[in-house]
Design a protein around this ligand. Structure first.
Ligand code: FAD
Length: 483
């Protein structure tokens, strides 16, 4: 019997689910996989769709492997191609899309009776219809098309919250307000303008600032966020990952913080620093997050997240060097400020900013404004159409913070009663509320592997052995696991 799997979202997460299904599947019956993406991006997505060589991965090559249980696989793949790069190298993100597409293509070539169909379309709803034996899932597209599947994996990427502030329609129409800096050509005009305001000060801001800074005669850039904090730089070399005890009994933040700082002080005596401790916490983060009481998670979001983010999501050293050079040259300035309002002015915009502690509003005139906020989302208040239907039908529920969907350990959606689905799964950003660490390749590859195993194997849960087509590896623990 042929099993039909629909993966909604063709970014890195969707591609990795397809890849794991292709390799997991080889012992079983036929499998038809529909990899569906509204942007027609199969294996790249927002993060790896960039061709700008200044846009680097923010994780060392040796930790970016896409196969569950094999973090070094990306580095090995490079070596296979004759590209000798250091394990700790931060490589262009576009190269990572080539890697993912190669894995997918190889999986398709090798799969015995499994195939992947790439479907370009926007899924707006998923309905469950009683079938002859099992229920059938019906995926409806914005253009009226419909396909059927036995199981669905949601790999939607981050949920889009819309503009962080009300933006006058004329600013959008004239492209002064750039809501999606990753859209093709979105920054073309901004590169040749005199002044650009970036809203947000995370890694996306850094990418945009570097792109705008490429032109010798490019714009002066000001980046603002409510806190004004900027991502820290990676240290040279690989961080040392060591397990250490973090108490969870009280379900509160402070004992965890105390353990963190105690460990920082221990590793500093050994010549390492806080980065090693942040990276050491990563495998345990979902467990720590789940142990926090709801009110503590909320407190983390309002009081600590801004500090966590700039230490956890760091700039590659080369990126940090370029960033510092732009600041030193007076081309880039960052700081704390919130936008109070903005209005159209000439061929640009006039923006009113409130800086902390100031009585007067600061008024600036700029040619372009780029939204790099990745604005917060509350699924309890608004949901994209594809999720609205599932939530209304009680087939899904929001996580307790509303950051995404409530899911079981294996990624199965929990329904309104908290019961796991055996048909619909999720991977990527929509799991952030439940696991906190859910959006990086480190987690996505393992979640993709677990979902593939859950779908094609009944009962077994052990990791996938590396298929021989993807090169044999020496037995034994990986560097990540061994550390
Ligand atoms: C700029 C940037 C750099 C990053 N760098 C790194 C890094 O170096 N290392 C790392 O580990 N992580 C990095 N990340 C984290 C990144 O989120 C993940 O690595 C990964 O790219 C997420 O992939 P995804 O498939 O979940 O999401 P996306 O890439 O957003 O893909 C989701 C896709 O689903 C499609 N889609 C959504 N809804 C529908 C629908 N209803 N119908 C059809 N299609 C739909 C979207 O159009 C999109 O193409 C980075 C993220 C960003 C934004």
């Amino acid at each position: 019997m042929t099993e039909r799997i629909a993966i909604v979202g063709g970014g890195a997460a969707g591609a990795l689910v397809a890849i794991h299904l292709l390799y997991e599947h080889r012992e079983r019956g036929a499998l038809e996989i529909d990899l569906i993406d509204r942007d027609g991006s199969f294996g790249a997505g927002v993060a790896y769709g960039t061709e700008d060589p200044l846009h680097l991965l923010n994780v060392p090559a040796v930790r970016m492997g896409g196969i569950s249980g094999h973090p070094e696989h990306f580095h090995e793949w490079l070596t296979d191609r004759g590209e000798e790069v250091a394990e700790e190298a931060f490589l262009p993100r576009g190269l990572y899309a080539t890697y993912l597409r190669d894995l997918l293509a190889r999986g398709e070539r090798e799969a015995i009776d499994a195939r992947v169909r790439r479907v370009h379309g926007d899924v707006t709803s998923i309905a469950v219809r009683a079938g002859a034996a099992d229920p059938v899932l019906e995926l409806n597209f914005a253009d009226g098309e419909r396909i059927e599947a036995d199981r669905v994996v949601l790999a939607l990427g981050p949920l889009q919250a819309g503009d962080p502030i009300p933006v006058p329609a004329e600013l959008k129409k004239s492209c002064v307000w750039i809501s999606d800096p990753w859209a093709e050509g979105a920054l073309d005009e901004a590169r040749h303008s005199r002044s650009v305001l970036i809203v947000g000060s995370g890694l996306s801001m850094v990418d945009v600032a570097l792109s705008l800074g490429e032109e010798a005669e490019g714009p002066r850039v000001r980046a603002v966020s409510r806190h004004g904090l900027v991502p820290r730089r990676h240290r040279p070399g690989l961080t040392n990952v060591r397990r250490f005890h973090v108490p969870t009994e009280t379900g509160t933040i402070e004992p965890m913080l105390a353990a963190f700082f105690a460990q920082v002080s221990r590793v500093c005596q050994q010549g390492d620093d806080w980065r090693d401790v942040i990276d050491s916490m990563r495998p345990a983060t979902p467990q720590l997050w789940k142990a926090l009481k709801l009110e503590e998670k909320e407190r983390f979001l309002s009081e600590y997240q801004r500090f966590w983010d700039v230490h956890r999501f760091r700039m590659a050293p080369e990126v940090a060097d370029r960033y510092d050079a732009l600041v030193a040259a007076g081309r880039l300035e960052t700081g704390a400020a919130s936008i109070v309002s903005l209005e159209s002015h000439g061929r640009g915009a006039r923006v009113f900013l409130r800086t902390p502690g100031a009585h007067e509003l600061d008024m600036v005139e700029v040619d372009r404004i780029v939204d790099c906020t990745g604005a917060g989302f509350d699924l309890r208040r608004q949901a994209p159409p594809i999720l609205a239907g599932l939530l209304a039908a009680g087939r899904a529920r929001a996580d307790e913070l509303g950051l995404g969907l409530d899911v079981a350990e294996d990624g199965a959606l929990l329904d309104s009663e908290g019961l796991p689905s055996d048909r619909i799964f999720a991977v990527g950003a929509v799991r952030k509320g439940v696991e906190w660490e859910a959006i990086g390749i480190t987690e996505i590859r393992d979640h993709a592997g677990a979902i593939a195993r859950r779908i094609v194997r009944t009962g077994e849960t052990e990791e996938m052995p590396l298929p021989t087509e993807l090169r044999p590896f020496a037995a034994g623990p990986t560097k990540w696991q061994a550390a």
